[in-house]
Design a protein around this ligand. Structure first.
Ligand code: MTE
Length: 328
């Protein structure tokens, strides 16, 4: 039953809504210099002002933190994807199984937002998102993102290395995995009323992966707070892994002894595994992974092993090739 349901991931290109330009209030505010000023003088009070379009996003109270300095170590081999594409062509099953969930995702309240740090740690804690942001070293990184559906984008994330959060949490020696969990709120997320999915969305990394320098928690996008449809206020970015590992809307980081079963692995274990490292030579059961459609450029490019990040991460998997299904 589950497997027969057509996932949005598999939608043909023709079914995707064109990336039409829309009235992005935040862009307009930023362009006119009002963005920061409004955030500073009680932008949150404005909320969804009646004077503004109904679909306009509310102002994020973290707006004044951005832009942040770019870490130039991480470079791209292609142009940055236009923002209007990266923010209007999304996967976020909590809000639906099509690519055009960006409007529906605006219903997600992102303040207050509390993050729980739990499991095998010296001192479990809960921390408000803005307090967490204040403790973390924010920087911008340009990363490629490759979806298992064979499309890709190249985007500027702002955020902090996941290792900084691991250091804050002080995990015990018994912690082997870091498990990240998305919010659960079926009142605002219609997808979560679909009982056949194993909500909430869960993903995990080994501790070695979580503390690898590339593992990043994105809190910003294109020099602004990350939009809700892209995973506000906290979203994982592990660019050497297929996009479904990049869990959005995180409320919990739990340090565990045992390997978690992730959302898609629970649903279709033979297609979506724990590791999900990108490898052009290992096809999905139903399509090739040899190349990718670069959104915005209208071109196909060969997909690279580990999405081009092998120099950073290939060593994580030495000796595991025989025993683990590393590439899906
Ligand atoms: N996180 C949650 N909670 N729910 C989802 O459905 N989809 C994943 C990932 N994170 C998903 C998620 C998939 S399949 C992809 S490709 C990326 O988010 C897409 O990220 P983007 O929309 O910001 O490009």
């Amino acid at each position: 039953m589950l497997i027969k349901r057509k996932r949005g991931w598999e939608l043909p290109e023709s079914a995707a809504t064109p990336e039409a330009v829309f009235w992005n209030r935040r862009q307009v505010l930023a362009a006119t210099g009002f963005g920061l000023a409004l955030a500073g003088v009680g932008g949150t009070l404005l909320g969804r002002s009646a004077a503004l379009a109904d679909d306009a996003p509310e102002i994020d109270p973290s707006a004044s933190r951005y832009p942040v300095p770019q870490n130039t170590k991480y470079t791209l081999d292609r142009p940055i994807t236009p923002e209007d594409i990266a923010t209007k062509y999304n996967n976020y099953y909590e809000f639906g199984s099509n690519k055009t969930i960006w409007k529906d995702a605006q219903e997600l309240p992102i303040r207050p937002w509390t993050v729980e740090i739990a499991g095998q740690v010296e001192q479990p804690m809960t921390i408000a998102i803005d307090d967490l942001l204040g403790k973390m070293p924010l920087e911008e990184r340009l990363y490629r993102h490759r979806c298992v559906e064979a499309w890709s984008i190249a985007v500027p994330y702002s955020g902090f290395p996941l290792k900084a959060l691991v250091d804050l949490a002080r995990p015990l020696g018994s912690a082997k995995y870091l498990v990240m969990t998305t919010f659960k709120n079926p009142d605002v997320a219609p997808g979560q009323r679909q009982f056949w999915y194993p909500w909430p969305y869960v993903e995990g990394l080994t501790m070695a992966e979580a503390t690898n320098e590339l593992a990043f928690i994105a809190t910003g996008y294109y020099g602004k707070p990350i939009p809700k449809q892209n995973g506000a206020p906290l979203r994982l970015a592990v660019p050497w892994k297929y996009g479904f590992k990049h869990v959005k809307g995180i409320v919990r980081f739990s340090f565990e002894e045992n390997r978690p079963k992730s959302f898609w692995e629970e649903l279709v274990p033979e297609e979506y595994g724990f590791w999900a490292n990108i490898n052009p030579e290992v096809p999905h059961r139903r399509w090739s992974q040899a190349s990718e459609r670069v959104l915005g450029l209208d071109e196909m490019r060969p997909t690279l092993p580990y999405n081009g990040y092998a120099e950073f991460v290939a060593g994580l998997y030495t000796g595991l090739e025989e025993s683990e299904k590393l590439f899906m």
